[in-house]
Write a protein that binds this ligand. Structure first.
Ligand SMILES: *Cc1c(COP(=O)(O)O)cnc(C)c1O
Length: 474
């Protein structure tokens, strides 16, 4: 397919005016002298070009999207309608509190709902994504110890953690101490005790962890950490694993972030938009970013007066559109939020049991919302996990997350999500079985996949290291 630049044929999409407009107030050095260099294509051609491009995208509306850890579930379309209501999307973020009572009320109510869901005592809606929530949470922990005059420098992170965890802690100036998982794929208590000292500010944990396994010793861990004067950070990006059944407060955590774009339904492929609210216990309330939304019995208002606030972490009040969708989703689901977790866990266990006959399952434990297979068996025939992922693309299925978590060789991390039917999952099982068989009898076919997509194998290393964003080097 040609790029829009290659399609440029000198025709004009629009014609504003031929008159030369003067800008006497602008310094000449700011004025362009030559052509702007935009492609010249008629309106209909532009439309066809972008429609064709968009048709090449894979999305949840097209097929199964079991991308582990990412919760690519169906996001009700009514949320889009609600987020685009004029009163929400045309409200200027600098409007006075009096003129934005509806938006503030929504934020206030959402804060309260997230308190109930996480068990925590106070919430900031500001962070724009999960990793941004982690960064905010770790800043809070850093400041908490600063205010205490207790200079703690280290953060413990299990080797099964999401890659953003060490990155966020490091960006806040902490040193990372990695601990190994045990044979059950869980935090090794002895390894934890061995690295614990008075320099440890916190542990960052995901529970269930990235293997989809619930940490059985979580209460013991929180006891050990608190006895050491350390705090516990909960990566709640995948809350569809536990929502309504348990919460981080009950497990003894002090800080948690949620990924509203995952659990509370905002379409989030391609890097956004997102919202990563951070919820904390009473003792960390004064450290939250400002403003937080409060209610004085009559009016909702933005409160900038938190004694130890780490300051703002985002322009304005966060990604408001995502907050509207999350609010609508929670109201719509009501008590059924619990069913979402139940189905997410049921679906994952169903797939795990069906697929473990055909693929290695290194940690054969009951899982939560996701599980991790290994492509080791197929590797013996020269078929790698990457090949399997590519072969799925020929079957109108988005590949699972691959080569993560790092502790599983040839990892295939599958999260079916709660929104899929049993029929859809049986279809996926058939596809995975077909690929496993093919890997034995006709490995070439899988190794050379995909065969049907518009773009075949791309050089991912080159794309990451040397991106050519405007296509000038094509
Ligand atoms: C998705 C995810 C993150 C990062 O969230 P972003 O919104 O992509 O920044 C962090 N931790 C876990 C466990 C995740 O699944």
């Amino acid at each position: 397919m040609k790029t829009i630049f290659e399609k440029s044929n000198g025709s004009d999409g629009i014609c504003l005016t031929d008159e030369k407009i003067e800008f006497p107030f602008l310094d000449k050095s700011f004025l362009r002298n030559g052509e702007i260099g935009l492609p010249k294509v008629g309106e209909l051609e532009v439309m066809r070009h972008y429609k064709e491009l968009s048709d090449r995208n894979f999305c949840i509306e097209k097929g199964f999207y079991p991308l582990g850890s990412c919760t690519m579930k169906y996001n009700p379309k009514v949320n889009e309608f609600l987020a685009s209501l004029e009163g929400f999307c045309n409200l200027h973020p600098l409007s006075d509190d009096e003129d934005s009572q509806g938006a503030l009320q929504l934020m206030y109510n959402l804060q309260n709902m997230l308190k109930v869901i996480t068990g925590m005592d106070a919430v900031t809606l500001q962070p724009a994504a999960g990793a941004h929530g982690e960064f905010t949470g770790m800043k809070i922990i850093k400041k908490y110890f600063e205010v205490k005059g207790d200079n703690r420098t280290k953060v413990i992170i299990p080797d099964s953690a999401h890659g953003t965890n060490p990155a966020s802690a490091k960006m806040c100036g902490f040193d990372i101490v990695e601990i190994k998982s045990n044979e059950k794929g869980q935090v090794d208590l002895d390894a934890l005790k061995a690295v614990l000292d008075k320099d440890v500010a916190a542990i960052m944990m995901t529970n269930p962890n990235t293997l989809g396994i619930f940490e059985e010793n979580v209460l013991e861990i929180s006891k050990i950490m608190h006895e050491n004067g350390s705090l516990l950070y909960y990566d709640g990006a995948n809350f569809n694993a536990i929502m309504g059944y348990t919460n981080p407060k009950l497990m003894g955590f002090d800080v948690v972030h949620l990924n509203l774009h995952k659990t509370m339904s905002t379409p989030h492929g391609g890097g956004g938009p997102g919202a990563g609210p951070v919820c904390v216990t009473e003792s960390l309330k004064e450290f939250l970013p400002t403003p937080v939304v409060e209610f004085d019995g009559e009016k909702y208002y933005k409160n900038y007066n938190l004694k130890h606030s780490i300051g703002a972490v985002k322009a304005f009040w966060g990604n408001f559109g995502v907050l509207v969708r999350a609010y609508a989703y929670i109201l719509m689901m009501g008590k059924n939020l619990k069913n979402a977790s139940e189905n997410a866990v049921l679906n994952a266990n169903y797939l795990k049991e069906k697929l473990k006959k055909y693929y290695d399952l290194p940690y054969d434990e009951p899982c939560m919302h996701e599980f991790v297979l290994s492509g080791e068996k197929q590797k013996q025939n020269g078929v790698s996990t990457l090949n399997i992922a590519k072969a799925l693309m020929d079957e109108n299925t988005h590949p699972p997350t691959v080569y993560f978590p790092l502790i599983v060789h040839e990892a295939i991390m599958i999260e079916p999500t709660e929104s899929e039917t049993k029929e859809k999952m049986d279809e996926f099982v058939d596809i995975m079985v077909k690929i496993a068989n093919e890997a034995k009898v006709n490995p070439e076919k899988i190794i050379l996949a995909p065969h049907t997509t518009p773009v075949k194998r791309v050089d991912e290393t080159l794309a990451a290291r040397h991106p050519d964003l405007n296509g000038k080097e094509l």
